[in-house]
Design a protein around this ligand. Structure first.
Ligand SMILES: NC(=O)c1ccc[n+]([C@@H]2O[C@H](COP(=O)([O-])OP(=O)(O)OC[C@H]3O[C@@H](n4cnc5c(N)ncnc54)[C@H](O)[C@@H]3O)[C@@H](O)[C@H]2O)c1
Length: 456
C-alpha cells in the first residue's frame, strides 16, 4: 500500500518506519525541516530502541522517504495518517490546532479517493469534525473517508509495541475504509476492534485513564503502607499475582508523567465536565498524582530540617520514565525545579534525556554530569528520580565514598532495601517507613519548606 504519515514524532516516525517495514511504500511528512533533514541522514531526532536500524534499513530499500511537503507526501497515498501532537491547553482540553491545520491542508490538496486516519489522541467527536474541516477546504470534488485509529504504544518500547500490539482499534462509518485498515493490520494476527468513531476515541482515553488510576491507586496504598508499617512492594507483588489484577502499573513511585497520561486524564476529565458529569474518580487520580511528588520532596526537606540552601544533591534520572529521552511532564524534572526553588544545588545525570532537560531546566543551580558517579561525587544526598536499569546496579561502596551524608532518596523503589541498609545508608523510598526516622515524621508543622497537604 502507499501511505503518508504526517508528524514524525514518537508515534509518526515509528509508525512510518514500521508500516514501511511491513512492505508498504511510506512518505513521512513534518513541518520541522531540521528534523526531516536529520532523519534523511539516518540521525534519529528521538531516542527509541531499535528505531534507527529500522529507519535506515527501509530508506535504503526505497520504501521509506521523508519530506516537509504535505502535498508531495499525500499525492500518491491511499491512506494519510495524522500523527501530530495534541498537547494540553490551558483549559485542560486537548489543543487540536495542529490536527485542524493538517486537516485543512489535506482538504485543499485532495483530488482522488483517500482514507484519512487520525492516530493522534483526540477527544470524542473530533473525527466527525475532521470530516467537515476537510470537506469545507476542498478545492475540487473528491471522495474520502475518515478512520479513527488511536495508538497505544509505550515510549521506550514503541517499535516492539507497534510491531506486536495487543489490539488495533479502528473506528469508521465506511466499510470501504475499514477494508483498507484490515489490509494494513490483519497480517499481525491480533484482534481488530471495529467500531464507531466515538467509541474508538473513547477507548484510547479510557485505557490511559485506567492505567493512570492504577498508578494513583498504588501510590495511595503506598501512603497507607508507610503509616501502617506494611511494605508496598510486597503488597503490590501479592496483588499483582491475582490474574484479575495483574502486576503491570503497580509500581509505586513519585507519580505518573510523560506526554500522554497527564494530558489525557485532564482531557477526559474536561470532556466529562463539558457533558455535565463530574468524573469523581479521575479528579482523585489527578490529585493523588500531584501530591505524590510533594510527599517525596517533603522527605528530603524534613531530613535536612528545611535547610536546603547550601546543600548539593546528586540526582539520577530526568526522563519521565526509563528507556526514553522524553521529559515532557516529567515528574523528575518537576522535582528538580522544586528542590532548586528551595535553594538546593543539583548535579544531574540521565542516560538519554540530558539534552532535552537542559533546554527546559537551564543552567541555574544545576550541573550536567557525564555519568552517574560524577553526579553523586561530593554531594549531600543521592536522589533517584527515573527507573533506569543502570541506576539499579550502583556500586554502593563507591556511592558511600562519594556522598557527604550516607542518605539515599529513591523515588522509584529501584534499589534493594536490604543491601542499601546493610551498606550503612539511611534509605528513604516510597511505601515503606524508613527505619530509625520516626522523629522526622513528627516534624511537619514547624519545618520550613515543607509543603503541607493532606496525606503528607
Ligand atoms: N508519545 C506517545 O507515547 C504516544 C502514544 C500514543 C499516542 N500518542 C498520541 O500521538 C500524537 C502524537 O504524539 P507524539 O508523542 O508522537 O508527538 P510529537 O510531539 O513527538 O510529534 C508530533 C510531530 O508533529 C509535527 N507537526 C506538528 N504540526 C504539523 C503539521 N502541521 N504538519 C506536519 N507535521 C506537524 C511536529 O513537528 C512533531 O514532529 C499525540 O496525540 C499523542 O497524544 C502519543
Amino acid at each position: 500500500m502507499k501511505l503518508c504519515v504526517v508528524g514524525t514524532g514518537y508515534v509518526g516516525l515509528v509508525g512510518a518506519a514500521i508500516f514501511s517495514d511491513w512492505g508498504n511504500q511510506v512518505v513521512g511528512v513534518d513541518i520541522d525541516a531540521e528534523k526531516i533533514e536529520r532523519i534523511k541522514k539516518g540521525e534519529m531526532p528521538i531516542y527509541e530502541p531499535g528505531l534507527s536500524d529500522l529507519v535506515v534499513k527501509n530508506i535504503s530499500a526505497n520504501r521509506l522517504s521523508f519530506t516537509t511537503s504535505l502535498v508531495d507526501g499525500m499525492k500518491e497515498a491511499e491512506a494519510v495518517f495524522i500523527c501530530v501532537g495534541t498537547p494540553q491547553s490551558e483549559t485542560g482540553d486537548a489543543d487540536l490546532s495542529a490536527v485542524w491545520e493538517v486537516a485543512k491542508q489535506i482538504g485543499e490538496n485532495l483530488f482522488g479517493y483517500k482514507v484519512i486516519v487520525l492516530k493522534s489522541t483526540v477527544p470524542v467527536g473530533t473525527n466527525e469534525k475532521i470530516k467537515n474541516v476537510i470537506r469545507e477546504n476542498m478545492k475540487m470534488s473528491a471522495e474520502f473517508d475518515v478512520v479513527s485509529n488511536p495508538e497505544f504504544l509505550r515510549e521506550g518500547y514503541s517499535v516492539e509495541d507497534m510491531q506486536n500490539p495487543d489490539r488495533t482499534v479502528v473506528g469508521s462509518d465506511s466499510e470501504k475504509a475499514l477494508g483498507i485498515m484490515r489490509r494494513l493490520y490483519e497480517h499481525l494476527g491480533k484482534p481488530i476492534v471495529e467500531c464507531d468513531f466515538r467509541s474508538s476515541e473513547m477507548i484510547k482515553y479510557a485505557s490511559n485513564a485506567f492505567l493512570a488510576s492504577k498508578i494513583s491507586f498504588i501510590n495511595e496504598m503506598a501512603q497507607i503502607c508507610e503509616k501502617s508499617g506494611a511494605d508496598i512492594t510486597v503488597v503490590a507483588k501479592g496483588m499483582g499475582l491475582d490474574s484479575r489484577i495483574g502486576p503491570k502499573f503497580l509500581n509505586a513511585g513519585i507519580g505518573y508523567g510523560g506526554s500522554c497520561f497527564p494530558k489525557d486524564v485532564a482531557a477526559l476529565y474536561k470532556t466529562s465536565s463539558d457533558q455535565a458529569y463530574d468524573f469523581k474518580l479521575l479528579r482523585g487520580v489527578m490529585e493523588v498524582n500531584e501530591s505524590q511528588k510533594e510527599h517525596f520532596v517533603n522527605k528530603i526537606v524534613r531530613y535536612f530540617d528545611g535547610a536546603l540552601s547550601g546543600k548539593t544533591f546528586g540526582v539520577l534520572g530526568l526522563a519521565f520514565k526509563n528507556n526514553t529521552d522524553d521529559i515532557r511532564d516529567s515528574v523528575g524534572v518537576e522535582i528538580v525545579k522544586m528542590l532548586r526553588g528551595l535553594g538546593a544545588y543539583q548535579k544531574v545525570f540521565d542516560p538519554q534525556a540530558m539534552y532535552n532537560a537542559k533546554k527546559v531546566l537551564g543552567e541555574v543551580s544545576i550541573k550536567y554530569c557525564l555519568d552517574k558517579y560524577e553526579a553523586i561525587e561530593g554531594t549531600d544526598a543521592l536522589i533517584i528520580l527515573t527507573e533506569w536499569q543502570e541506576f539499579s546496579t550502583l556500586d554502593l561502596d563507591k556511592v558511600r565514598m562519594s556522598l557527604k551524608n550516607q542518605v539515599i532518596f529513591d523515588g522509584r523503589i529501584l534499589l534493594d532495601r536490604k543491601k542499601v541498609e546493610s551498606a550503612g545508608f539511611t534509605y528513604f523510598t516510597i511505601g515503606k517507613k524508613t527505619s530509625g526516622t520516626e522523629l522526622l515524621d513528627r516534624r511537619p508543622a514547624g519545618t520550613p519548606g515543607v509543603i503541607l497537604r493532606n496525606g503528607n
